[in-house]
Structure formats: structure tokens, C-alpha cells
Design a protein around this ligand. Structure first.
Ligand code: GSH
Length: 218
């Protein structure tokens, strides 16, 4: 059986978890405590870079969440989660890569806000929100009259972008200017796979508090 080594609070793991659920696959979840378990020799033997997720399939270990999503799509093609049309495939990939290369690196200053911690550098927060708004506009423009990126059905773009964008509301980043993206987010949040994998805000706060001992949740 497929085995997913994950951490409930890791968005990179959650992409894979959601995809396994959306594909209706049987799998075992193995939780890795990122307070050190990832540095143990048994885990490093699977992933020398000490990151979750890792997918194990009959002794074969795959690291890097996007490589895992591609593996699942190739091995379990139904339901299809990557468009076949060239433009639509490019759209799904662009959304994955823009999330990883543009959105995620820009939101660091927003994390404390998302988790309800006070403070933060107002200039850095404003800069982060400006970068985020460029990504949101890009995504809204890329969505056409279909509900998902390049598709009538959920694609591998959704577990990547759709596990980041809903959290932005917690940092007062509104999607009201982006009606297509807002409808897209709402439809994802209603899916059982999103609901089953949502990390608890309290657990995230507790984890963040151990890393930022000088701050208390507001
Ligand atoms: N590029 C990797 C990133 C994985 C990653 O950064 N995982 C984090 C959790 S979100 C992790 O395992 N951190 C613990 C560590 O690096 O020791 C992927 O997409 O799978």
C-alpha cells in the first residue's frame, strides 16, 4: 500500500494528501514529528534533505511534492488531474510554479498575522501584500469561465495553490477584487479532501509560539 510520510501542518505534505484523497486511493499516513524525527537515520535514508512529504510505494521512495503528484498522475490516471490540451496544461503548471516560486516566498512577513500574533514590520507586511496582490491578479486572469485552472475538473494545480490562498484571509488579504478566484477558493473549501486535511489553527499557533517565544497569540 502507498505510504505518505507527512506533517499535518506542512502545506507541502498537504498537497499530496489531498491528491491521494481526490484520486480515491488507499494509503497509510505516517506522521513525522518535525521537531527532530526527520533528522533520524531511518528518515534520512528515505529523504537525505530531511523534508516531508515522502511517498513510499513498494519500497520506492519519492521526495519533492511536485514529483510525487506527477507520479500519482502517471500511475493512477483516473480521475485525470492534469489537462491534456497544451494551453490548459501550461496553465495548471504555471499556477503550481507561481505558487511555489512567487507566492510562498513572499508571504513570510504575513505568517504572524495569519496565526493571530501581534506585531510585525508594517513596511515588510505592506511589501508582502503588494507581491501577493500581483499573484492573485495573475491567478484571477488565468481562470476563464471554467471553475478550475485550465479545466472543468480539479487539477494538480488546485492542491498546490489551494492550500495557500485560503490562509491569506487570516492576514486580511481579501479576494473581493477577484471574483473568479474567490469562487474557486470557496469551491475548494467545500470539498471533503480540503476539510479532512485542514490543519488546526490552534496547533499551528502552538507550534509557532515555540519558535517565537517572545510572542503570544492575540
Ligand atoms: N520542495 C519540497 C519542500 C519540502 C519541505 O520544505 N518540507 C518542510 C515542511 S513544509 C519540512 O519537511 N521541513 C523540515 C526540515 O526541513 O527539516 C517539497 O515540495 O516537497
Amino acid at each position: 500500500m502507498l505510504k505518505l510520510y507527512h506533517a499535518p501542518m506542512s502545506p507541502n505534505s498537504r498537497r499530496v494528501w489531498i491528491t491521494l484523497l481526490e484520486k480515491g486511493l488507499e494509503f497509510e499516513l505516517v506522521e513525522v514529528n518535525l521537531d527532530g524525527e526527520q533528522l533520524k537515520p531511518e528518515f534520512l535514508a528515505m529523504n537525505p534533505f530531511h523534508h516531508v512529504p515522502v511517498l513510499e510505494d513498494e519500497g520506492f521512495h519519492i521526495v519533492e511534492s511536485i514529483a510525487i503528484l506527477d507520479y500519482l498522475e502517471a500511475k493512477y490516471p483516473a480521475p485525470a488531474m492534469l489537462p491534456k490540451d497544451a494551453k490548459d496544461l501550461a496553465i495548471a503548471r504555471m499556477v503550481q510554479m507561481v505558487t511555489i516560486n512567487e507566492l510562498l516566498p513572499s508571504i513570510g512577513p504575513l505568517f504572524p498575522l495569519m496565526l493571530g500574533f501581534p506585531g510585525g514590520d508594517p513596511e515588510k507586511i505592506a511589501q508582502a501584500k503588494q507581491k501577493v496582490s500581483i499573484v492573485l491578479k495573475f491567478f484571477d486572469d488565468v481562470l476563464d469561465d471554467r471553475p478550475y485552472f485550465g479545466s472543468e475538473n480539479i487539477t494538480l494545480a488546485e492542491p498546490v495553490a489551494g492550500t495557500v490562498i485560503p490562509w491569506l484571509a487570516k492576514a486580511d488579504v481579501s479576494l473581493s477584487e477577484f471574483p473568479k478566484l474567490s469562487a474557486w477558493r470557496d469551491s475548494l473549501l467545500a470539498r471533503p479532501s480540503w476539510q479532512a486535511t485542514e490543519a488546526s489553527l490552534e496547533a499551528l499557533k502552538a507550534r509557532m509560539a515555540t519558535r517565537m517565544p517572545q510572542q503570544k497569540p492575540g
